[in-house]
Design a protein around this ligand. Structure first.
Ligand code: ADP
Ligand code: MG
Length: 213
């Protein structure tokens, strides 16, 4: 087995807000192997979203090194980061971030549109993903015609559209009732068993030990 899939070495990040420098991440060291299920827990404002954005190549560290699959991203240009983002990561957000005027199927297709996949192939894949997540009967519904739990499963299908080797969830159960939250965690667990690496962040300390089966 080779090295870790994700490796942060002494990663720090600060934001510049006017004249003020806001330190957020301070010398983070982190290794995540392919196939792991990781929960990152921290208080609101502690930098979880910032950390997830760095892991998912949406933000760069101010200092320190990020190695993805053994390669340092220090010198990577924007196009390279965008390609790696598509190739490795699927994002799931607390508020689903679905486009309101598109059907469930069309929402799931969005990442493949950016990847340049032909329409028939991407439609077919979107429908397969929705079916695998128990949503085939909701494929033509718009987000406002779906429950919170259903919308989150649509967004998980969207995260899987380009493969979603690594699924990044930013408080993915934060807007859900406890039953839907369990279902969504159950979905992540099942995807983990299928081989996906899963990294979830939450501010809820009870949450990683939440019974899900
Ligand atoms: N674009 C930004 N500019 C300045 N400060 C920011 C910005 N984004 C986040 N912050 C600050 O960074 C800290 C960490 O934010 P965040 O990563 O969103 O934390 P969490 O997800 O754990 O709640 C917070 O204090 C927040 O106010
Ligand atoms: Mg956050």
């Amino acid at each position: 087995m080779s090295g870790p899939l994700i490796e942060l070495v002494s990663v720090s990040l600060h934001y510049q807000a006017g004249d003020e420098i806001v330190p957020v991440l301070n010398e983070i060291n982190l290794k995540i192997n392919a196939g792991e299920f990781v929960a990152i827990v921290g208080a609101s404002g502690s930098g979880k979203t910032t950390l997830l954005n760095i892991i998912g190549c949406l933000a760069r560290p101010s200092t320190g090194t990020y190695r993805l699959n053994g390669s340092s991203l220090l010198e990577a240009d924007r196009e390279t980061l965008a390609r790696l983002r598509r190739e490795y990561f699927g994002f799931v957000f607390q508020r689903y971030n679905l486009l309101p005027h598109l059907s469930a199927t069309e929402n799931v297709e969005v990442p493949a549109v950016y990847a340049g996949s032909p329409i028939l192939r991407r439609r077919c894949r979107a429908q397969e993903l929705l079916t695998s997540l128990g949503l085939d009967h909701r494929a033509e519904h718009r987000p406002n015609q779906l429950s919170g739990g259903q919308q989150q499963r649509v967004s998980i299908a969207r995260a899987l559209m380009n493969g979603g080797k690594v699924l990044l969830g930013d408080e993915p159960t934060g807007a859900l009732d406890s039953t839907s939250a369990r279902e969504v965690i159950g979905t992540f667990k099942s995807l983990h068993r299928q081989g996906h690496t899963v990294i979830l962040v939450t501010h809820d300390e009870k949450w990683p030990s939440m019974p899900i089966e």
